[in-house]
Write a protein that binds this ligand. Structure first.
Ligand code: IYR
Length: 230
């Protein structure tokens, strides 16, 4: 007789997990192929204005929302903006904050560290990219009476979902960039978000402008980022 299709835990239904065990050879080749695919991902700052179908953005967001989260609270909202007037407003507000940052908030050391990336206060990608996805974290939930309900490990959960969003964008053959205009509270205002949401990350999504150049930088080797205890 096979395993039961479901069991009860604390009175809650648990369903049988669909196992997907691979052979050793398949493990090695699949994990290596995925690594090589992700190693091709680059943060891109210059976007073509070519459209990306809404359906693709919806699928990418659903992919991100498969992320694990504290007590499965899924404490996130992904706002997808293609509206031109709204993108212009976001660009204006972001550039106002960035001007302040580049001219006085950031230390000389910080500005020096950013020199290889070639960033500056101007953010044309906020208008050029066909979509902007702004991830909001829910610091708590609100029940139907407007009462606060706890969320757990919100930064960890939303950070993981953001990583999965970036992976999904790359997998679709599109490009993105993790943009964090600071402070970011103008985003909640412009997008009319409820009081329990805080902007976490802004990601333009689209095709790269042709040609596009990216910094000639290396990733740290395995020895520098890992330590095995066998
Ligand atoms: N938020 C600014 C500055 C910036 C900071 C870091 I750390 C970067 O890796 C890149 C940029 C900006 O978006 O330009």
């Amino acid at each position: 007789m096979g395993a039961e299709s479901h069991i009860s835990v604390n009175g809650h239904n648990h369903v049988l997990y669909k196992e997907n065990a691979l052979s050793k050879e398949e493990l090695i080749s699949k994990s290596d192929a995925f690594y090589k695919h992700l190693d091709e991902r680059r943060s891109v700052r210059e976007y073509a204005d070519a459209p990306v179908p809404k359906e693709v953005v919806e699928t990418i967001i659903k992919t991100a929302s498969t992320a694990p989260s504290g007590a499965h609270k899924q404490p996130w909202t992904f706002c997808a903006v293609s509206n031109t007037a709204l993108k212009v407003k976001i660009r204006e507000a972001a550039e106002a904050e960035e001007k302040e940052s580049y001219e006085s908030r950031m230390s000389d050391r910080w500005l020096k560290d950013l020199e290889p990336m070639g960033t500056n206060m101007y953010k044309p990608f906020l208008e050029d990219a066909p979509w902007l996805i702004i991830i909001f974290k829910k610091v708590h939930d609100l029940d139907s009476d407007g009462k606060k309900v706890n969320n757990y490990y919100v930064n960890e959960s939303v950070g993981i979902a953001a990583g999965m969003l970036i992976t999904a964008i790359h997998n679709a053959g599109l490009v993105t960039l993790t943009h964090t205009p600071s402070p970011m509270n103008f985003l909640a205002k412009l997008l009319n978000r409820p009081s329990n949401e805080r902007a976490f990350l802004l990601l333009p999504v689209g095709y790269p402008k042709t040609p596009t150049y990216v910094p000639d930088i290396e990733r740290k080797p395995l020895e520098a980022i890992s330590k095995f205890y066998e």
